[in-house]
Design a protein around this ligand. Sequence first.
Ligand SMILES: [Zn+2]
Length: 126
Amino acid sequence: MSLNLWENLIVQERAKLALEKIFRRNAYPPALIFLGQKGIGKEAHALAFAQSINCETKNFNPCGKCFRCKNVFNLLSPDVYLLYPVPTSSTERNLSIKRIEHILEKKNLIHISKFNYQKQTKLPSI
Ligand SMILES: [Zn+2]
């Protein structure tokens, strides 16, 4: 398995081109929303893009070998956060962590890294 996240997903070409355009212009919006049907790879594309903009080679196609690529791949980069709505009560929160792990496992993301609990950010319920 390659550590280049773009090589591990079914690429949505239109989305990739839009992201590459942003990268080449070096004009990043304050936020990007990855919107689409369930299962089309929104999180995977977001993580691949995060790897692109963090790679030490400064190429859109990340090397997958440098320290920063490996950190993004392993969900350990201090600059990349996964945000999910988390209930505020401790009981619900524990259930939610299990639910998040289940979601990541279903997306085959859990095998590349354990979920980084320190990087959770509480969000109000959606
Ligand atoms: Zn790299």
